[in-house]
Design a protein around this ligand. Structure first.
Ligand code: HPA
Length: 234
């Protein structure tokens, strides 16, 4: 049991899939894992552990934003001996070259966030993915002939803002999309020498205003969920 996770030691697998939304964690557990058990529901942030193709995997929510995923990922790595966290989220595309439902494997997360500096003394606005999960995801997508773009993204602390122009950090560093969590996940994994990757499905295209509708959302995420599960098999 850690401060924010009620699971007992041993109840969480070494490999974790981490959506932002607790109900998406439940959906993945219900639809993809065998014998899934709810192992934590503190703050209604659900964690489930079950089997996928004979391997134990956990799926649990991060909540929204760098501070939230910073807490859960740190406790998972340090108190549950988790090796690898694959975040599976949605993003807003900064370019109309990306289409709704495209999937991105994040190679670098750029952020204005002070998280990495004040937590671990990393004085950089770029955090790379950590460990081998990124390569395994690329390989798995090639084997399954599934389209996947490896690219840099912007991890922003801001969802709503006054002027909608692409932020300078994103323009300067060719960030193709925006989300809100990868930077602190990668910073924690880097500090702790653990594995972290981030897959993102494009849920909105900011320049055109296109969006995945609420009822498309569940189905839209299947290819990303399957890719993350297959890539978690060791
Ligand atoms: N901003 C931040 N995070 C997001 C967005 C966005 O526009 N869309 C999906 N996740």
């Amino acid at each position: 049991m850690s401060v924010h996770i009620a699971a007992k030691p041993g109840e969480i697998a070494k490999q974790i899939l981490m959506p932002g939304d607790p109900l998406r964690a439940k959906y993945i557990a219900d639809n993809y894992l065998q014998n899934a058990q709810l192992v934590s529901s503190t703050r209604n942030i659900y964690f489930y552990t079950g089997n996928y193709k004979g391997q134990q995997i956990s799926v649990g929510a991060s909540g929204m934003g760098c501070p939230s995923i910073g807490i859960y990922s740190y406790e998972l790595y340090t108190e549950y001996e988790v090796d690898s966290i694959i975040r599976i989220g949605t993003c807003g595309a900064y370019t109309a070259d990306l289409k709704l439902f495209d999937i991105i494997n994040v190679d670098n997360a750029y952020s204005e966030s002070s998280f990495a500096l004040y937590a671990w003394g990393f004085d950089e606005n770029r955090m790379p993915h950590q460990g081998k999960a990124f390569d395994k995801i690329n390989l798995t997508s090639q084997q399954n002939k599934q389209a996947l773009l490896a690219a840099s993204i912007h991890s922003s602390d801001i969802f709503y803002r006054k002027n909608w122009d692409i932020p300078v950090i994103a323009k300067d560093n060719n960030c193709v999309a925006v989300e809100m969590e990868a930077f602190s996940l990668f910073a924690n994994a880097r500090h702790l020498q653990k594995t972290a990757a981030c897959l993102l499905t494009v849920s909105d295209v900011i320049p055109t205003g296109e969006k995945i509708s609420a009822d498309q959302r569940e189905k839209a995420l299947h290819p990303m969920i399957e890719l993350a599960l297959e890539s978690s098999l060791v």
